[in-house]
Design a protein around this ligand. Structure first.
Ligand code: CDP
Ligand code: CDP
Length: 223
């Protein structure tokens, strides 16, 4: 099938969006775009430039001198900030706990949303984030909203952290996840919300493979 559609995958922190989106992109030979990585790169840039995260104007000004690039590699994506590979750095705890504040800034969002729409313009794309189905790609042919309990998501993060040798308690991770969910769903500009025409999948007791199979079936019906 030659039809190249847009697939939007949204949901709260650690619901499995990027894991599932990458596998779907691979399966259908589509491009994968992690929009969270853009907000993370902007946050890293602000921190690198010692800008106070309350200083919205300076963050927006800095954006004019910021180049964020993606390189699609087998099984994922690399992120470059002003030419430097920051794929790993943007996942660190400091960025993770600061990014929601930066993502709440109106002009940061409008700037990044434009970039995202350009990337998705020709279809054949799997894009994950918080506002893809509601704001970035309102006409996406497939919209998925992934959810899982806070405890389950914290357990997943714990496991990911342990694999990277990072030690944060389950309790602390639950707090951080709830905190980020709250900020992301209560901000003024395009808060985390399920699009009316999205399909919700509760992955709490599903394996990655089960989720991928379920979404693949939904996509096949549209192709
Ligand atoms: O992967 P994880 O769920 O930890 O987060 P992410 O997808 O990398 O997104 C990091 C943060 O960026 C989120 O907590 C949101 O504050 C923000 N974000 C957003 O506002 N809109 C998007 N489309 C994607 C991310
Ligand atoms: O992108 P997002 O923050 O939504 O989540 P992620 O970075 O993909 O992390 C989700 C983690 O949970 C990964 O370690 C997955 O292997 C795991 N997982 C999942 O994504 N889906 C399931 N149904 C079960 C586990």
């Amino acid at each position: 099938n030659n039809k190249k559609i847009q697939i939007a995958i949204d949901g709260p922190a650690s619901s499995g969006k990027s894991t599932v989106a990458k596998l779907i992109a691979k399966k259908f030979a589509y491009i994968y775009c992690d929009t969270g990585a853009m907000y993370r790169a902007v946050t890293l840039n602000a921190i690198n430039n010692q800008i106070d995260l309350d200083n919205e104007q300076s963050i927006v000004d800095l954006l004019q001198h910021t180049v964020i690039d993606f390189k699609t590699i087998p099984g994922g994506q690399q992120v470059f900030l002003n030419g430097k590979n920051v794929t790993e750095t943007i996942r660190n705890e400091e960025i993770t706990n600061s990014v929601s504040a930066v993502a709440a800034i109106k002009d940061v969002r409008s700037n990044l949303v434009k970039k995202q729409q350009k990337i998705a313009n020709n279809g054949g794309i799997v894009m994950d984030g918080r506002d893809i189905g509601t704001t970035v790609l309102p006409n996406a042919q497939v919209k998925i909203y992934l959810v899982a309990s806070v405890l389950e998501r914290a357990k997943r993060r714990l496991k990911d952290n342990q694999n990277m040798g990072i030690n944060i308690s389950l309790d602390q991770l639950e707090k951080e996840i709830s905190n980020r969910d709250y900020k992301d769903s209560h901000r003024k500009i395009s808060p985390l919300r399920m699009a009316k025409d999205a399909i919700k999948i509760d992955t709490s007791s599903m394996s990655v493979e089960q989720v991928v199979n379920k979404i693949s079936t939904i996509i096949d019906q549209k192709l």
